[in-house]
Write a protein that binds this ligand. Structure first.
Ligand code: PRX
Length: 676
């Protein structure tokens, strides 16, 4: 055990532990208009009322056939929700709104260039475009319910249109973050066995029109090496009718969506009545091994959960303009740009570019121009905007009633700037803690019912019952303020169903540690291990400290240290690699990469650059290390294991502790010497 502890460096160990803060209360004006003001919701969603309480969320949706069993645990821990129900996600996000809200804007697409017009897509227009795209996917690509298709799209309206077209047919979409490399997309194509890749020619980022099509060529070639043939690449055009990429189209494989669509103008496709538990999409995320895992989300449970939380936590009303500044390539975008908001008939904003382009006033101009009144972003963006444009929000006439922070712990100082300056002291803030796996929020305040506390996410959501265990599996007393591993005692509808094609890994990674009986069919025996450390204060609020596993949260983007390390090992000269998280003012954490070389090679600046480039090629620019340290050797235990904890301490300029038991203690001083 002592050896194990020494070997692990977790974010929690280097997390900043800030003081408990005083409460902030929602204004009477906010409460007066809020969707959820009845505190008895916590009783209605108590463990005694579990799982039937979730009927309240399911009833926010339209069902073709109503379900007969709320929760089926017969294949625990692969839980099935709303069994017997038939539903379609595309119908719920589009068609059902037409009767009353045909002319309402569903999506405001804001191009990065300010001189390009914002596109306002009504629900009627969305319906037309989703139908036509569904017709194309069905007829031209031969896709049908249960097939997987990989999307590698940036932030344009074509992304949700494609997702909803897939959902209409019951086709499982797997959207890969646009910033990921072609190789990273290839890994996901192979794992999901996709025959079709949907991409775009180009998009804007930081004022540059970036060639995106070139990545598709890499993806197809790399996937083929692993035995997965992509026979069709569908290419959207950033400017319809014009090709904006210098990369040639491949005859017989690559097709312009806008050309193909002409054949399907006016075609309507009946939404396929899918079983509630049919998979809706895969979202790949990083974990403890080198291989990203495909989190499989179901249709009825997921949609019910994101609809319910969008209504009660995001407090979205039909007349609101809602802007979540995440990327749809991450779960936040799936749940809280696309599925949740559209399920409850919101107007949702999609912004193509980076927040500070062309200057840090941009987000506030967008908010002003579109009348955004609900704003949702991550601490990393808040920190960056605070640093580069602390006084910008004052210059613009917008008023947020509600703001969200998500993805990382937020420092109270940053929270207060968000509240006072961005929110102009008027907006309530919800700090929502959750994960790719969980589909929707796990902990947050209900904004009109519970006060805010800077730096704390808040209590478990109604129907989510967290529990904190210590290393030995003993439950920590509620509200004791001691750190431990936060788990969720019960399943919930938004929870992922399994890891695509790898049930064993699903069980092992998320349930094995605290499972009371691996044969049990009772949900009570299957607490879900989140992989985060947390403390609970006496008021019941949870403060999340960070990951307990090998995951680094860079600017709210989740990267597995093992993924980065294996990318470094693709460089011929590299013998060993180790990644550690380093605290960063803006990004929260950034990776430092330590490598040792094979015999016969010597360190050089060129080699450092080559290694850094390998990470960008294998994964994407977000994986670029802060620094590549080529060291003569790694600090190791006598049994030969790399001591990441020691490297983490060195990078963070912290005390390395007792290193005398290392096999090579002298290396520690040598590495410290390199950093001076
Ligand atoms: O460590 C937690 C952190 O982000 C991890 C999940 O990352 P991902 O699956 O990429 O999903 C991000 C968006 C939901 C968690 O295990 N995290 C997420 N939200 C918070 C957070 N840490 C602290 N406070 C939060 N509000």
């Amino acid at each position: 055990m002592a050896e194990k502890e020494n070997l692990e460096v977790s974010e929690a160990q280097i997390a900043v532990h800030w003081q408990e803060e005083a409460y902030y209360y929602p204004s009477p004006q906010f409460i007066a208009q809020a969707n959820m003001t009845d505190p008895s919701i916590y009783d209605r969603f108590s463990l005694e009322n579990f799982p039937n309480c979730y009927k309240e969320y399911a009833d926010l949706l339209d069902w073709y056939e109503y379900w007969h069993t709320t929760l089926d645990t017969s294949d625990a821990p692969c839980f099935k929700w709303f069994v017997g129900g038939k539903i379609n996600a595309s119908y719920n996000c589009v068609d059902r709104h037409l009767a009353k809200n045909r002319n309402k804007t569903a999506i405001h697409f804001v191009p990065e260039l300010e001189n390009e017009k914002v596109e306002h897509i009504t629900y009627q227009e969305l319906w037309v475009r989703v139908n036509e795209m569904a017709a194309l996917l069905q007829d031209f690509c031969g896709l049908k319910a249960g097939d997987r298709v990989t999307l590698h799209l940036p932030m344009t309206a074509e992304l949700p249109i494609t997702m909803l077209a897939c959902a209409r047919l019951g086709v499982i979409h797997s959207q890969v973050f646009g910033g990921f490399s072609g190789k990273a997309a290839a890994d996901r194509i192979v794992d999901s066995k996709s025959h079709v890749l949907i991409t775009i020619d180009a998009y804007y980022r930081g004022g540059h029109l970036i060639d995106h099509k070139e990545k598709a060529d890499v993806s197809v070639a790399e996937a083929k090496k692993d035995g997965q043939v992509v026979d069709k690449v569908l290419v959207w055009q950033r400017y319809p009718g014009k090709y904006s990429s210098p990369t040639p189209m491949v005859d017989g494989r690559d097709y312009f969506v806008n050309d193909l669509l002409k054949k399907y103008y006016g075609v309507r496709i009946d939404p396929v009545k899918m079983p509630a538990e049919a998979p809706l999409f895969l979202m790949y995320t990083s974990g403890t091994t080198g291989k990203p895992k495909g989190c499989q989300h179901g249709t009825g449970g997921y949609l019910a959960y994101v609809a319910g939380t969008s209504k009660y936590v995001q407090d979205i009303h039909p007349e609101d303009v809602y802007w979540c500044l995440a990327d749809i390539g991450w779960i936040t975008g799936h749940s809280y740009i696309v599925y949740g908001p559209l399920a409850i008939c919101a107007s949702t904003v999609i912004y193509e570019g980076i927040p500070n382009y062309p200057d840090p006033g941009r987000p506030w101009r967008i908010a002003q121009d579109l009348g955004v009144n609900i704003f949702h972003t991550a601490p990393t963006a808040i920190r960056a905007l605070r640093k580069i444009g602390p006084d910008e929000p004052k210059k613009y006439e917008y008023h947020f009633k509600h703001m969200t922070t998500v993805g990382e712990p937020i420092e109270p100082e940053v929270w207060k700037w968000y509240h006072e300056v961005v929110g102009k002291g008027e907006a309530i803030i919800v700090d929502t803690w959750w994960q790719t796996e969980t589909g929707g929020f796990l902990c947050s305040t209900l904004p009109a019912i519970k006060p805010m506390k800077p730096g704390s996410a808040g209590p478990g959501m109604p129907g989510i019952h967290p529990i904190i265990f210590d290393e030995d599996g003993k439950e920590l007393p509620a509200g004791c303020g001691k750190a431990g591993n936060i788990c969720i005692q019960n399943p919930w509808p938004g929870m992922f169903q399994t890891i695509w094609g790898d049930r064993d890994r699903f069980v092992k990674q998320y349930f094995e540690r605290y499972c009371k009986d691996p044969k049990s069919k009772d949900w009570r025996d299957w607490p879900y291990l989140t992989g985060d450390a947390a403390v609970q204060a006496p008021d019941g609020y949870y403060r999340i400290l960070g990951r307990i596993d090998d995951v680094i949260n860079v600017s709210g983007h989740r990267l597995g240290t093992k993924e980065l390390e294996s990318a470094a090992l693709t460089v011929t000269e590299v013998a060993e690699s180790a990644v550690v998280p380093v605290a960063d003012d803006i990004k929260g954490k950034v990776p430092d990469l330590y490598v040792s070389l094979k015999p016969g090679y010597s360190p050089s600046k060129e080699l450092e650059d080559k290694i850094a480039k390998a990470l960008v090629t294998e994964i994407g620019p977000i994986a670029k290390p802060r620094k590549v340290w080529i060291v003569p050797d790694m600090p190791k235990t006598r049994s030969g294991k790399i001591m990441r904890r020691v490297l983490g301490a060195i990078s963070n300029k912290k005390d390395v502790g007792d290193v005398t038991t290392l096999a090579n203690p002298e290396i520690v001083t040598a590495i410290q010497g390199m950093m001076k």
